[in-house]
Write a new protein. Structure first.
Length: 287
């Protein structure tokens, strides 16, 4: 994660204008996952991000965001905002938002100055090498503590898969983060990703030179796969299970207090069993 914009807009009307009608993408139990459909719901997603990134994890925010206790940046105006709502909570839907994921389709990024991750990773080169494929950038993923469980994660991935099918996306990409600004603290996990899960060929992507930090911190023979995986955040382990590959080099984001890696997940890499699993639950939602 990183702050790439110097100016911020708290007006989300442009986002709401391009969203289709119902937007429901996933449902498990009392949890419904869909795209935000009002300014209030987008602001609720930003408030969840603030609670997780700033209050819980200590990220620094700019004055506009801090003043309203929301994590905001200029990209919010052009992204789709996936929200998880708990129908068992009282009040209108915008008061029921317990998790969020931000999605930026390639066409919208290219019309508005590029992708969010481009200040950390050479994403533009990756897209250019794969012209003809449709990318979506995933980011700003967070869930409130009480909802950090398998059910919520599965509901979110059901929704993301429905979104991918609905919009005919070929490649998911974006930053994922380790908490903390010392890559050596995650030497085994980062080394494992580089040595075993690095994106290659047309999928290769590298941290921008001026922010590049090596992920190759331990020799292969010293790495224990089990302990390396245990040190990874759940989001990164989830990407791995789906077949994702990772860029070369990590980036330290001091404002957010994270060490960022880049995830590349072509739809063609996803195991058929996961496609079947998520499609079966959400098939009626993407027809």
């Amino acid at each position: 994660m990183q702050n790439v914009a110097e100016t911020f807009s708290l007006d989300c009307a442009k986002v709401v204008a391009h969203l289709p009608g119902e937007n429901l993408l996933g449902r498990i139990g009392s949890l419904e996952v869909r795209l935000a459909r009002s300014t209030e719901e987008i602001e609720a997603a930003q408030a969840v991000r603030y609670r997780v990134f700033c209050e819980e994890l200590g990220a620094q925010v700019t004055v506009p965001g801090a003043a309203v206790q929301r994590d905001v940046d200029a990209f919010d105006d052009i992204c789709d905002h996936l929200i998880v709502c708990d129908r068992n909570l009282p009040g209108p839907d915008y008061r029921r938002v317990v998790g969020t994921y931000r999605l930026l389709p390639q066409e919208r990024a290219e019309l508005n100055g590029g992708f969010y991750s481009a200040s950390e990773f050479e994403l533009s080169s990756l897209v250019e090498r794969n012209r003809g494929l449709r990318f979506v950038e995933l980011g700003r993923s967070c869930v409130l503590p009480a909802y950090r469980n398998k059910r919520t994660i599965e509901a979110m991935w059901q929704a993301i898969w429905a979104y991918v099918k609905r919009h005919e996306i070929d490649v998911m990409a974006g930053c994922a983060s380790f908490h903390g600004t010392v890559p050596a603290a995650y030497a085994e996990a980062l080394s494992f990703l580089r040595q075993n899960c690095r994106a290659e060929g047309n999928w290769a992507v590298r941290a921008v030179q001026e922010r590049f930090s090596s992920m190759d911190l331990m020799p292969e023979e010293a790495i224990n796969a089990k302990t390396a995986l245990m040190a990874m955040p759940p989001l990164i382990k989830g990407y791995l299970r789906l077949g994702a590959r990772f860029g070369d080099g990590c980036v330290v984001d001091y404002e957010f207090g994270t060490t960022d890696v880049f995830v590349v997940l072509p739809v063609s890499f996803i195991s058929p069993r996961y496609i079947s699993y998520y499609s079966n639950d959400g098939e009626s939602l993407v027809a």
